[in-house]
Design a protein around this ligand. Structure first.
Ligand SMILES: [Zn+2]
Length: 138
């Protein structure tokens, strides 16, 4: 399966915890047959933990689908090697974004039958969307 990435909107806001500048990067995943998923990636400048957040929503992204037809897994990403750890909605700055579907709690995400697909998508995002990775590796 060949995944492709299309870049979406990038925006800047103030971090809910400390008021520092937070970046949100959006993008779309596609495969040979059409829409495959959507991702949000973000980080807050000068956060001491140096951990970024990546939410990937997979499932049905066709036009007739609703958020109930997809599920999102949150990965916490630590630079500079972009190591990934599964997190949950408690780590999400985007809990008000309903379009992604349910953000699974960590315990359920770890048991998800498509967990490897989420990791595969994450590898593509980290490799191909340097809007996200540049902060950690630059
Ligand atoms: Zn903060």
């Amino acid at each position: 399966m060949a995944l492709s990435i299309e870049r979406g909107r990038e925006s800047v806001s103030r971090c809910g915890c400390c008021g520092k500048i937070s970046h949100t990067i959006r993008g779309f995943l596609g495969d040979d047959s059409g829409p495959y998923g959507v991702y949000f990636a973000g980080y807050t400048e000068k956060h001491e933990d140096g951990i970024g957040t990546l939410i990937i929503s997979l499932g049905d992204w066709s036009e007739k689908a609703t958020p109930k037809d997809r599920q999102a897994i949150l990965l916490r990403v630590r630079g500079p090697k972009m190591e990934m750890m599964v997190g949950g909605p408690n780590h999400s700055p985007w809990n008000d974004v309903g379009v992604l579907g349910e953000i699974l709690p960590r315990e359920r995400a770890l048991k998800h039958p498509r967990l490897q697909d989420y990791y595969h998508a994450a590898d593509h995002i980290v490799a191909e969307d340097e809007r996200f990775t540049k902060y950690f590796t630059g």
